[in-house]
Ligand binder design. Structure first.
Ligand code: CP
Ligand code: NVA
Length: 332
């Protein structure tokens, strides 16, 4: 795997060997950190810009901790703290930041924006989430699955909920590239776009993966190894869509019934944040309006032994470290 100087924008840009290389590097870096080995020379003296046009807990903290561990310095630009898009174009911003920083993380709206940033920056650009994709999450997710199952190929991976957005798209591509059997189990309206499904089905032919779309929960979840979900309304979407989403996606909630079809050792995954109880402001507002206590996953499943969501969240840091090290450092 030689990714030095490359951008990290979407999973379609990478070969299975490169993705597996990043997963294995993440596992190595996690072991090193747990053993107390210093990683401070890996990106010593590098400067990294973190641009967030949407909010974040995991992604921001992962980039910051990973950078600090590897000896790099970061500047955080929050959703209101820069001129980007408002007074200055992406192309101009890219050319300014590229003169000062060795690498740039960008979380925002359209994928086109992060692609434009990469085109003009002259330094590696890492996608920290767009409407269409969430590639750093993919390395963490596959790393987590590999830690728990010891392999990736041949596992049945079921995604329930809104499969048209960043998480559904990215997981479908990643599973196709790495030889998993991907199922989008949701109402037809929420299937990923057909051009992407066809592309993934083509990739699957070469890797031994499969890509299936179904609105049948029993068939979709049958013998699943992993059941994955994400919020029903993503960042940047209007509040007005909540009612429709709750109505249309409730049949695809991850709950005990869905897991009753899965393999006995099946695991639950979620990129987080998750609406599984009433301990959030939005959770309470939704409860008051629609009378429900949880949304995409029940509290019972979220808190169960099946749930590996906090391993997954921790792995965001180790895998983002791998992405930065591989594209910016000299991996030894
Ligand atoms: N999963 C994820 O990207 O979390 P944050 O929005 O907290 O970064
Ligand atoms: N689909 C979610 C993912 C959050 C990590 C969103 O875009 O808000």
């Amino acid at each position: 795997m030689d990714l030095k100087g490359k951008h990290f924008l979407k999973m379609l840009d990478f070969t299975p060997e490169e993705i597996n290389g990043l997963i294995d590097l993440s596992i190595r870096l996690k072991k090193e950190k747990k053993s107390g080995k210093s990683q401070a020379s890996y990106l010593a003296g590098k400067n990294i810009a973190l641009i967030f046009e949407k909010t974040s807990t995991r992604t921001r903290c992962s980039f910051e901790v990973a950078a600090h561990d590897m000896g790099a310095h970061v500047t955080y630009l929050d959703p209101s703290g820069s001129q980007i898009g408002k007074k200055e174009s992406i192309a101009d911003t890219a050319r300014v930041l590229g003169r000062m920083y060795d690498g740039i993380e960008y979380r925002g709206f359209e994928q086109d924006k992060v692609e434009a940033l990469a085109k003009y920056a002259g330094v590696p650009v890492w996608n920290g989430l767009t409407n269409e994709s969430h590639p750093t999450q993919m390395i963490a997710d596959m790393m987590t699955i590999k830690e728990h199952f010891g392999k990736l190929e041949g596992l049945k991976f079921v995604y329930m909920g809104d499969a048209r957005y960043n998480m559904g798209n990215s997981l479908m591509v990643t599973c196709a590239k790495l030889g998993l059997d991907f199922v989008a189990c949701t109402s037809e309206k929420y299937f990923p776009e057909s051009w992407l499904v066809e592309k993934c089905q083509d990739i699957a032919k070469q890797t031994g993966a499969s890509v299936t779309l179904t609105d049948d929960v029993a068939a979709g979840c049958k013998d699943a190894d992993v059941i994955y979900t994400d919020v029903w309304v993503s960042m940047g979407e209007p509040d007005a869509v909540w009612e429709e989403r709750i109505k249309e996606l409730s049949p695809y909630q991850v709950n005990a019934k869905a897991f009753s079809y899965a393999k006995p050792g099946a695991k639950f995954m979620h990129c987080l944040p998750a609406f599984h109880d009433l301990n959030t402001t939005i959770g309470v507002q939704i409860h008051e309006k629609f009378g429900i206590d949880c949304m995409e996953v029940t509290d019972e499943i979220f808190e169960s032994e099946r749930s590996i969501v906090f391993d997954e969240a921790e792995n965001r840091m180790h895998s983002i470290k791998a992405v930065m090290y591989a594209t910016l450092g000299d991996v030894r």
